[in-house]
Design a protein around this ligand. Structure first.
Ligand SMILES: [Zn+2]
Length: 276
């Protein structure tokens, strides 16, 4: 049985450095909406509700709320650093996924890499190969070609500029990576950027289907994290409940974790469901 779960948390705004609304859901119910006033560095809790929440309807509502009819708006999804240690896969056949509410446009999406920002311990070729394999995993599950490496860029700030970029930058330590998605009024993606946190150490260890947690000690595995982030590109959301812990779209990343290189059943079902 396929289960599409409600979206848990997302941030909506018009400027990546100033997300203005945070939504928190628990068990499919809207628990909190927070408006953040960055100018005052003040978080104002405006609303405490416990109403049934339809992720897709709520998503559209929020966009019109925040967007004021403007053409472009963005969504930010953070990949959280886990406080637990990596565990060996016990069940990646859980058939669950979350849909964010957006889709990619049909056709090929170009992506660029800023090599000037990559960690010194990983070669340029390795980074390119890792991203290539991670994209292959996602589009392979859907049975077509969606992503195309279009070259190098010097872009180092997430922005809505038609240059879908992968780069490293300083983020809060609690976050491993962040994906920013810009959408048109039909919730089709117009631009996407993924930022990997340069505050953490990164490595690349091959996954052989069994070495689930045998990545380099003290390092996040780039392919493990990239595969998850590219799941966001296509429109999949994070899952935070324990049952989903072996799926690629589980919302926490562990140091030394490799198992998310391979998609679980729910991830594959999700890719096919949101395929453009
Ligand atoms: Zn995520």
């Amino acid at each position: 049985m396929v289960e599409q779960l409600p979206l848990k948390q997302f941030v909506v705004g018009s400027n990546p450095t100033e997300p203005s609304i945070k939504i928190f859901l628990k068990g499919g119910k809207l628990k909190r909406i927070i408006w953040i006033s960055t100018s005052l560095t003040l978080m104002v809790l405006l609303l405490v509700l416990s109403l049934p929440f339809d992720a897709k309807a709520g998503f559209k509502q929020l966009l019109s709320l925040e967007n004021n009819g403007e053409q472009n708006h963005f969504i930010m999804i953070q990949y959280k650093a886990a406080s637990k240690i990596c565990t060996i896969t016990t069940n990646d056949q859980v058939n669950q996924f979350v849909w964010t509410g957006w889709k990619m446009r049909s056709g090929i999406t170009d992506y660029y890499i800023n090599y000037n920002t990559i960690p010194a311990n990983i070669s340029r070729d390795t980074v390119k190969t890792v991203f290539d394999m991670s994209f292959s995993n996602i589009q392979g599950a859907g049975g077509g070609v969606l992503f195309h490496y279009a070259g190098e860029t010097s872009k180092s700030v997430a922005s809505n500029d038609d240059v879908n970029t992968l780069f490293f930058a300083t983020l809060t330590p609690k976050v491993v990576a962040v994906t920013y998605v810009w959408l048109d009024n039909n919730n089709l993606m117009t631009n996407v950027d993924t930022v990997f946190n340069s505050q953490h150490s990164w490595a690349n260890t091959g996954y052989n289907g069994e070495n689930d947690c045998s990545g380099a000690k003290g390092y996040y595995d780039l392919r493990n994290v990239a595969t998850h982030e590219f799941g966001h590109w296509i429109g999949l959301g994070d899952m935070y409940h324990n049952e989903a812990k072996d799926l690629t779209m589980y919302g926490y990343a562990n140091i030394g974790e490799l198992k998310k290189d391979n998609l679980g059943l729910g991830d594959i079902t999700g890719v096919r469901s949101v395929w453009p």
